[in-house]
Design a protein. Structure first.
Length: 280
């Protein structure tokens, strides 16, 4: 996911930053841009796309609590704000929206948008706790996005990723940097992650001893998993993206991946992203 810079001296500067980010992405072979309907990111992207654009673009829905009409209208508006006639995919932003009373009606709305040619595919952003395989059987999404990373390997070790892929579901990984936890000093961890601090420190120490950066290890892990089609990474600048691309193209390290996982990885599910740089 490519995010527009959150700060800057003025609108012109922000546009320059986004253009630089998109140029770096295009030069680096990035093919997919994932957006969310927050702030003015979509408008900025619409003003800054290179021409011709090499990117496929996905959009995320607003919460179903805002009403189905609002969900549909906002998905259409996302395309308009970005100046796009159609998108690669529309993603249900939370699997809980599908578990509610209007889950089927919501899905029917999105299928209608797909049938109209506004989006090529439909997907859902889920957690391991949401029962993604059950969701896949019920709604038959084209894409399921899951969190999976060095510290929380449940989607891999449970067979979830390969199970979804076996049913021709495209699996996209998010939270590949564990919401920034991989980069955060132990003293900066939020209260509910304090107990995980020793496990995080152990993983970082193991990587340091192997002379592998957390960024390189995290990307190597995600990119090597069988059944994974796409790894989504949030960046806010061209410099961050260059660092991510360099790490992604580095030789894959020979590590004991399972030894890096937390003993209780579910603690990460409640963690919001930390304010840590270095492509966190």
């Amino acid at each position: 996911m490519l995010g527009a810079p959150a700060h800057g001296p003025g609108p012109a500067s922000r546009e320059e930053q986004v253009r630089a980010l998109l140029r770096t992405a295009a030069d680096g072979g990035v093919g997919l841009v994932a957006t969310r309907p927050v702030s003015d990111t979509e408008r900025l992207l619409g003003q800054c796309w290179p021409f011709p654009s090499p990117f496929r673009v996905t959009v995320s829905t607003v919460s179903a609590a805002e009403g189905l009409d609002r969900v549909e209208a906002r998905a259409r508006r996302s395309l308009e704000r970005m100046g796009l006639p159609r998108g690669e995919a529309v993603m249900v932003s939370s699997a809980s929206d599908l578990a509610g009373a209007e889950g089927r009606a919501l899905w029917d709305r999105l299928e209608r948008l797909r049938d109209m040619g506004l989006f090529r595919r439909i997907g859902v952003c889920a957690r391991v706790e949401d029962g993604p395989e059950l969701l896949a059987r019920r709604f038959r999404p084209d894409i399921v996005e899951l969190p999976c990373n060095l510290l929380d390997q449940r989607a891999e070790v449970s067979g979830l990723i390969e199970g979804l892929a076996a049913h021709e579901v495209s699996v996209q990984l998010r939270s590949i940097f564990a919401g920034g936890v991989l980069f955060a000093p132990r003293e900066d961890l939020p209260a509910h992650l304090v107990r995980a601090g020793s496990g995080v420190s152990r993983a970082r120490r193991s990587l340091a001893e192997s002379r592998v950066t957390p960024c390189q290890a995290a990307l190597a892990y995600g990119l090597m998993l069988p059944g994974v089609d796409t790894v989504s990474v949030g960046v806010a600048s061209a410099a961050e993206l260059r660092a991510v691309l360099a790490a992604a193209h580095a030789p894959a390290p020979d590590l004991d991946w399972s030894a890096l996982a937390l003993d209780d990885p579910a603690t990460l599910s409640a963690a919001g992203p930390l304010a840590v740089s270095s492509a966190a």
